[in-house]
Design a protein around this ligand. Structure first.
Ligand SMILES: [Zn+2]
Length: 472
């Protein structure tokens, strides 16, 4: 999907059964409408109150209208943690039943063979999957660059898909020979990591409102880079005004490693390195302790909650309620496809709600709270005040779900809660940056089948090569 230079005509989405705004008053507008002009929302309200100027523009053919009867419309969902290249290594038999560290050791062997084309195709595929699940803004944490791969490969894939993208420049510098977890062939020198980080910020980072591309500095985790690189990354990020992201406090082994190696809890280590603040978010934090939660709340440090991944790897239940009560910004992440083999962001909101209830009782999270975390929560975690809600001046990122199918039959009593309680639906409509990307459940200008066919081929090649390295 290319982005034409001319801005699209005003888009009038009207007659949504309910329009969920996530605005300051959390209004849910029956028979709602929203109008976009260029990259921003221009008007939100009841369809009956649409200003006459839009009807006139429609009559002159200077606007486009889409009827959303039978649909719930809402702000596009925000995904705050992913490793899109991993969509090539889903359900790999050798990594199906391992916990985090064992799982990583098996998968690094495959990932060392990733090529630039694999990054491009897997990123586009992962984005297609996310978009069909209602996601309009995503981050991706790419932390290995074998065989000439670059972060630019995934950024160009986002351009092709038309998705709002926070590209996290991951890195690993402590390989096996230095006592780290990853094999030496997938780590880089710290000098090369920092140089490339600067190049990426210069080339791609857009700090402006409604930006489609932002760069994030994101050493993979405290067990795959040095203390120096964590510190220098934080310094560079602050100098250049970009955000910071990494994995933290994911499971009990992670805590034990941090205590043994650094003599601190993960939260203490993060604070020691300058890795707290509104410009920082950490993935998982399943084992963030009380002091860590208070620290994150005080400093506005964000958390990417990845419930499916946490369940698949048996990491535990993140204390999301306690975090939110302490003022910690919390968003959702589907995490890499290799630790959550189904990257459905609305499904992730459902799992977040269900998992909190398993841990903390039936009132631990409501459906509306899950939707708020998936929209406003994610926006706050990514450091954005222009996405996550529908109000004039916000970015024109809107999705709609058709609730007339069998999966929502009988749920008309509360269509908004039904989005979370019932089976996760596919987005019937997706508008990103004011442009229609999905219409009637299909991509407006992307052929999905050839993309998936190539993705299947590359996934097979990667797996076969790793199993029979002597062949190639
Ligand atoms: Zn991850």
């Amino acid at each position: 999907m290319s982005s034409p230079a001319t801005p699209p005509r005003p888009l009038i989405l009207r007659h949504a059964d309910v329009l969920v705004t996530m605005d300051a008053a959390r209004r849910e507008i029956p028979d709602g409408a929203v109008v976009t002009e260029g990259p921003a929302v221009a008007w939100v309200g009841a369809t009956a109150e649409l200003p006459a100027v839009y009807a006139e523009a429609l009559a002159r053919g200077q606007a486009e209208a889409i009827d959303l009867r039978g649909h719930v419309a809402m702000p596009g969902l925000v995904n705050t943690h992913h490793h899109m290249y991993q969509s090539l290594t889903r359900a790999v038999p050798e990594a199906q039943d391992a916990e985090l560290f064992g799982w990583l050791t098996n998968l690094y062997l495959l990932w060392a063979r990733i090529t630039p084309e694999m990054i491009r195709v897997s990123t586009r595929t992962a984005m297609a999957e996310l978009m069909l699940s209602g996601c309009t803004t995503t981050s991706d944490h790419l932390y290995l660059f074998p065989n000439g791969s670059r972060l630019d490969d995934s950024i160009e894939a986002a351009d092709a898909m038309g998705m709002r993208f926070h590209a996290a420049r991951g890195s690993m510098s402590v390989g096996r020979s230095l006592g780290g977890l990853p094999p030496d062939e997938v780590v880089e020198t710290e000098e090369a990591i920092l140089r490339d980080s600067e190049r990426l910020i210069d080339r791609w980072h857009d700090p402006s409102r409604h930006a489609m591309r932002r760069i994030v500095l994101a050493p993979c985790s405290p067990f795959s880079v040095s203390r120096d690189l964590m510190r220098l990354s934080a310094e560079l990020a602050r100098e250049r005004g970009v955000s910071l992201h990494t994995h933290l406090a994911e499971n009990d082994n992670d805590i034990a490693y941090s205590r043994e190696k650094f003599g601190m809890t993960p939260a203490e280590y993060a604070e020691d390195l300058g890795w707290v603040g509104r410009d920082v978010w950490h993935a998982h934090c399943v084992k963030l302790d009380e002091a860590g939660i208070a620290l994150f709340g005080r400093t506005g440090t964000g958390v990417a909650h990845c419930p499916c991944s946490n369940m698949r790897l048996a990491s535990g239940i993140a204390p999301i309620g306690a975090m939110r009560r302490a003022g910690v910004p919390v968003g959702l992440g589907v995490d890499g496809s290799a630790s959550n083999d189904g990257a459905h962001l609305l499904g992730e909101a459902r799992q977040a709600m269900l998992l909190q209830r398993v841990g903390f009782g039936p009132a631990a999270m409501t459906a509306r709270e899950a939707l708020e975390i998936a929209t406003l929560g994610g926006a706050r975690v990514l450091g954005r005040d222009d996405i996550g809600a529908l109000a004039p001046g916000m970015s024109a990122d809107i999705v709609a779900f058709d609730l007339r199918g069998v999966g929502h039959a009988g749920a008309g009593h509360d269509p908004v809660a039904a989005l979370v309680f019932c089976q996760p639906g596919a987005a019937a409509l997706s508008v990103i940056d004011g442009r229609v990307r999905i219409r009637d459940g299909r991509f407006a200008d992307l052929e999905l089948a050839p993309l998936l066919a190539r993705h299947r081929e590359l996934a097979r090649t990667l797996y076969e090569q790793a199993r029979h390295p002597h062949v190639n």
